[in-house]
Design a binder for this molecule. Structure first.
Ligand code: ATP
Length: 341
């Protein structure tokens, strides 16, 4: 297997955790040709923009990127670089699995759920403004389309089937947001009729937050709109031990970008203590996705082996980073996973 992937180290803890992920992919025997590309705040001094044209070209060519977190420089003219990349490549499906690990102490064991978040619409559409120069009031417009809802909910139904899961919970707030959330719910109900083999449930977002905290094991796959998905997936990563453990995939029809759910973690950047697990698991998701897309069982198997190695190292407990109760460095945890392979 030889593949070319755009590699974006990003900002803050990004370069540290991305290095660990690269080491692990190589230890898994995958022949990846990395095309390094700049983005985020660290790209501004060299390229004058957080999203350089070369980086966009590289992703366009390879249709695949592994990306560290990006800081959005504060100042006029810069929207979030993360959001801009998702929009540029129409990466409409954000998949964020949350699975408990033996060896990581949390309130619950056996959590195994996936949040699928619509990634391009809703309150992240970027349509917002102050209504006057004095900034006495502001408006944000949430845009939901039937087509956008259909493709993400259809993606979620197919995800349930392909991953041999059982139940899909659509999360909404249609009792209050009757048009936007209402349209999303109505679309979901319509699609549910076409997928009788998947158990379909619907849940109002505030109740869902409470239910997730009370009994997360009742959930399997959740699908929801952009903002709710962002919040709920941080909640679900808290259930399994925090942002240091939660991987993510941004999937579109033309390209896919794999990244950890966490941000740049400026409070620990450069200290060598960031947990690389989320980034390593994002790399594993990338290999599994490649396996499905290119019918390459060796890529899928490498992804599975990486996940198993992570689980083994976390369960052994000797090389945990501080966020999950240990004292090991980013590099030590990365090395341990590479050795376990
Ligand atoms: P950003 O604005 O880039 O999202 P943030 O600080 O608001 O940055 P995160 O970067 O996600 O949000 O960090 C939230 C908290 O989680 C911080 O205390 C951070 O140290 C911690 N954290 C995030 N990622 C990791 C990681 N990989 N390992 C250890 N701690 C982490």
């Amino acid at each position: 297997m030889s593949i070319r992937v755009t590699l974006i180290p990003g900002d803050g803890i990004g370069p540290e955790v991305v290095n660990a992920a690269v080491e692990v992919i190589e230890a898994a025997g995958c022949k990846v040709e990395w095309e390094r590309a700049a983005a985020g705040a660290s790209a501004v001094p060299t390229h004058g923009t957080p999203i350089p044209a070369e980086t966009l070209q590289s992703i366009r060519r390879n249709k695949l990127a592994l990306k560290g977190p990006l800081a959005t420089p504060i100042g006029e003219g810069y929207r979030s670089a993360n959001v801009a990349l998702r929009k540029e490549f129409d990466l409409y499906a954000n998949v964020r699995p949350a699975r408990s690990f033996a060896g990581v102490e949390t309130r619950y064991s056996g959590v195994d759920l996936v949040v699928i978040r619509e990634n391009t619409q809703g309150l992240y559409s970027g349509v917002e403004h102050y209504i006057d120069d004095e900034r006495t009031a502001a408006e944000s417009i949430s845009i939901i389309t039937r087509k956008g809802s259909e493709r993400i909910i259809e993606y979620a139904f197919n995800y349930v089937k392909q991953n041999k899961r059982r139940r899909l919970t659509l999360v909404h707030k249609a009792n209050i947001l009757k048009c936007t959330s209402g349209l999303f719910l109505e679309t979901g109900r319509g699609l549910a009729a076409k997928h009788p083999d998947v158990e379909f449930k619907e849940m109002i977002v505030d109740n869902c937050a409470m239910q997730l905290v009370k009994n997360p094991n009742q959930f399997d796959v959740l699908v929801t709109t952009n903002l709710f998905g962002d919040i709920l997936s941080d909640l679900t990563s808290g259930l399994i031990g925090g942002l240091g453990l939660t991987a993510g995939a941004n999937i579109g029809k033309q390209a896919a970008i794999f990244e950890a759910v966490h941000g740049t973690a400026p409070d620990i950047a450069g200290k060598g203590v960031a947990n690389p697990t989320a980034m390593i698991l994002s790399a594993a998701l990338m290999l599994r996705w490649l396996g499905d897309r290119h019918k390459d069982p060796s890529a899928a198997a490498a992804g599975d082996r990486i996940e198993a190695a992570v689980a083994e190292v976390l369960a052994a407990g000797g090389t945990l980073t501080p966020d999950i109760g240990g004292r090991a460095s980013t590099a030590a945890l990365g090395d341990a996973v590479a050795s376990a392979l």
